[in-house]
Design a protein around this ligand. Structure first.
Ligand code: ADP
Ligand code: GN1
Ligand code: MG
Length: 375
């Protein structure tokens, strides 16, 4: 860490209501948006760790409303977890306030920071280790949606408008191709065509939401495998994290984004997209876990649309990576040349594989629907 950054982080640490003497701070995690640090504080012979994050305020333009969302949702979850006999210190995020009693701290350079209690003895994974982990993740994301089913949605600020509005994402993509500010479009003609060839499908879910076929719910909207903490001892998915994008949304998108990331046979950014494809066993185990977690609360149409949720989330995410590549890599954190292009290619390879395996995906959903559909 450079000297300037070090001074900045020291200022932030001093202004957070941490217990004990800060003894170490290190960059942490592999998120694409915020800057995350692990802070260790010592008091006597006890060590307490915290997660400290700089909220990316170019992407989340209203960090104070964002923190109000997280505070509202975590307090709500806390009550439900306690009522169910659970441990609220491990099963939901716990915000650590700033020394002046706010849920964020604004540093001298205008950056917004927030802190959480560090959840010990649990891990967030970038790749599925075992089918069991993925099953646990499905159950936990399904359950999360059910726990929030009666959350007052009108209290939530839309932190990124049109976040999963695929037709709007498509328009942004087309504009990026047309403007081609970095002169990169010529080199990715095949990828651009891949997106345009599927244009007609982009609006399917948005249309079903508009005409009331798919209900609007409170959803997480970023259900990547690394946004869940898995207990090291029990293997259970204990805590859903990364709550920045909790907003009204579609259940099939929470299902779909998990599949996009976790049921891919390659890493999201594998430079060789021929490694990328849909693992049907992982698709199956997640479907089972998610439907169990939803406890029979999905409608027939929601269950019908689960495969499409997976395809749309993968298509949309690939399109977002390609848009960012065309616009000069300003949104997602990149660490190498063509990083966003590699990511876009894995997503499109996955979409193409889903198209090949469509019948199998539908058959899997059919196999589990009877058990869990809302009657
Ligand atoms: P981003 O929005 O950049 O993805 P996240 O909120 O997902 O940021 O945090 C990045 C990583 O930090 C997570 O994947 C997880 O490994 C770790 N992390 C976040 N919150 C906690 C927490 N409360 N306890 C332990 N680890 C955490
Ligand atoms: C970002 O913050 P992170 O890394 O969990 C992005 C998601 C994408 C994902 C792709 C706010 O998630 O929408 O699906 O990268 N988050 C935001 O890996 O744009
Ligand atoms: Mg994350």
């Amino acid at each position: 860490m450079g000297d300037a950054q070090c001074t900045k982080i020291k200022e932030v640490i001093e202004n957070m209501a941490f217990t004990g003497e800060p003894v170490s701070w290190t960059r942490y995690g592999s998120g694409h948006i915020n800057d995350t640090f692990k802070i260790e504080c010592c008091q006597g012979n006890k060590t307490q760790s915290y997660i400290l994050q700089r909220i990316n305020h170019e992407i989340f333009t209203d960090p104070e409303s964002l923190m109000k969302n997280i505070s509202g949702v975590t307090s709500f979850l806390r009550k439900k977890i306690i009522a169910a006999g659970g441990d609220p210190m491990r099963e939901t995020l716990n915000i650590v306030k700033s020394r002046d009693g706010r849920e964020w701290y604004r540093d001298s350079q205008g950056n917004y920071w927030r802190a959480y209690i560090f959840i010990e003895n649990a891990t967030s994974y970038d790749m599925v280790r075992s089918q069991e982990d993925f099953y646990q993740s499905g159950r936990a994301f399904g359950r999360f949606q059910q726990l929030l089913a009666d959350y007052p949605a009108e209290e939530l600020t839309e932190t990124i408008p049109d976040f999963h509005n695929t037709p709007v994402r498509l328009e942004t993509f087309k504009k990026a191709v047309e403007e081609d500010i970095c002169g990169r479009a010529g080199a990715v003609k095949a990828e651009i065509q891949f997106v345009l060839d599927r244009e007609r499908e982009a609006g399917i879910a948005a249309e079903m939401q508009k005409n009331g076929t798919l209900p609007l719910k409170v959803t997480h909207n970023d259900t990547k495998l690394n946004n869940i903490m898995i207990d090291d001892a029990t293997g259970e998915g204990i805590c859903i994290i990364d709550l920045d994008t909790i907003m009204p949304g579609l259940s099939i998108f929470d299902f779909g984004d998990s599949i996009r990331f976790g049921a891919n046979t390659s890493a999201e950014d594998d430079p060789d997209c021929s490694h990328s494809g849909l693992s049907l066993p992982l698709f199956e185990i997640y479907t089972k876990g998610f439907l169990e977690g939803c406890q029979g609360k999905l409608t027939r149409e929601e269950v019908d649309m689960l495969p499409m949720g997976a395809k749309l989330m993968t298509y949309e995410c690939g399109m977002r990576f390609l848009t960012d590549f065309l616009q000069g890599d300003t949104y997602f954190r990149t660490t190498r040349e063509n990083h966003n292009l590699d990511r876009a290619r894995t997503q499109f390879a996955l979409v193409a594989d889903m198209e090949r395996k469509w019948k199998e995906m539908e058959a899997i959903v059919e196999k589990y629907r009877g058990l869990w559909e809302d009657k």
